[in-house]
Ligand binder design. Structure first.
Ligand code: SAH
Ligand code: SF4
Length: 362
């Protein structure tokens, strides 16, 4: 207990010290959570920003070994929303006071796709005269593509590094040029050059991942001076190659606990960034996202994908929120955020304070 108190008062942790914080339990855990929450409240207040998540397609050219919509999964029922469906979801977001939308989907680099996204971004910008912030999460792209989408009006991009341990990265991806750690890293730099607020993150509780790996992941996020983070527990999917290694996994409740500890420790390391309370936390515990908000996260990404397609976007099994996003559940969401001691800030972009400060804005 005294050790954790002393650690919390330290400024610069070593990887083993940070791993010890990630492993803490009981009263020590409560100390960690109280500290991370206090840092969030002092730096950002208790406001929570909403990003309406639109899962626009599960067609993907990649074959990540952990993902249920990987190209080799012949059982995944493939779909792509059309322009009308995407814009309909964005109009819904605007009407119900979600300040931003996130367009997420499988990876494609063909010109038809790139041009379609460019058009969607332009059209979403016209809703309410530029009222909606736009985040993209569409994987690795050429720098020119990132630039086109940026010029069309997208201003944030999420691309998780998945793990900062290159050898672990190789174990969870096919070993080919399309799944290269260095390329992913280079994409994060390209996004920064194009002027995006850059978000990344990792999966927590992967087979073969140690606490020190996770500690180094947190140092990686700080070292990259990242603006936003989305990270959550790894969840198994039986139609993926990584399912074979399920015997090595921590129980899901432990992965949830680690997920919360990662959020708390990251908040201590990077007080002014945006941290999402992710859906994967909710997949393990219905209150998982609220628990993350209570200890330092400040962004929520409710799913607003049309219900007909939502079930086909299964990155992992037991995906929650299949009925979320309807008007009634938006009200429920505001209420549940309140129970975590936070307040939803409706109709606000909620840009990362970290980004604003790096740009020299107040
Ligand atoms: N294709 C894009 C965006 C969609 S995938 C991309 O890969 O960047 C978005 C995120 O879902 C991935 O970055 C990964 O971290 C997460 N994900 C995929 N499969 C998962 C699983 N089985 N468990 C937990 N998270 C998973
Ligand atoms: Fe495709 Fe993203 Fe899934 Fe990898 S994680 S297979 S890139 S959707």
């Amino acid at each position: 207990m005294e050790d954790i108190k002393a650690l919390l008062d330290k400024k610069d942790w070593t990887a083993p010290e940070l791993a010890a914080l990630l492993a803490c339990r009981g009263e020590e855990e409560q100390l960690l959570f109280a500290r991370s929450r206090a840092v969030r409240d002092a730096t950002l207040g208790n406001g929570v920003y909403l990003r309406g998540l639109i899962e626009l397609s599960n067609r993907c050219v990649k074959d990540c070994l952990y993902c249920g919509i990987r190209r080799s999964n012949v059982h995944a029922v493939r779909y792509a929303l059309d322009g009308e469906e995407i814009l309909g979801a964005a109009v819904f977001a605007h009407r119900y006071g979600y300040g931003s939308v996130v367009l997420q989907g499988g990876e494609r680099q063909d010109e038809a796709f790139v041009a379609f996204i460019e058009r969607m971004v332009r059209e979403i910008k016209r809703i309410g005269d530029g009222a909606l912030g736009i985040t993209l999460s569409l994987g690795e792209q050429a720098e020119e593509t990132y630039r086109r989408w940026r010029e069309a009006g997208a201003h944030r991009y999420l691309l998780r590094i998945e793990t900062s341990n290159e050898s672990l990265y190789r174990q969870i991806h096919p070993r080919d040029a399309r799944h290269d750690f260095r390329t992913r890293l280079e994409c994060l730099h390209a996004l920064r050059r194009c002027g995006y607020q850059v978000g990344t993150g990792v999966m927590i509780g992967l087979p073969g991942q140690s606490l020190e790996d996770l500690a180094r992941d947190l140092f990686f996020l700080r070292g990259m001076d990242i603006d936003m983070v989305g990270m959550g527990p790894y969840l198994e999917h039986h139609e993926t190659p990584l399912w074979e290694r399920r015997g090595e996994l921590l129980p899901q409740t432990e992965r949830l606990r680690l997920g919360l500890h990662m959020v708390a420790c990251l908040r201590l390391l990077m007080p002014d960034i945006n941290i999402a309370a992710t859906t994967a936390l909710q997949a393990i515990d219905p209150e998982g996202r609220e628990r993350a908000l209570a200890i330092g996260a400040n962004v929520l990404m409710p799913n607003i994908t049309p219900l007909t397609n939502r079930a086909n976007y299964q990155l992992y099994e037991n995906k929650p929120g299949m009925d979320e996003g309807a008007a009634a559940s938006t009200a429920r969401l505001v209420e549940s955020v309140r129970r975590s001691g936070c307040e939803v800030r409706l109709s606000a972009w909620g840009d990362s304070l970290h980004f604003a400060q790096r740009q020299g804005q107040p």
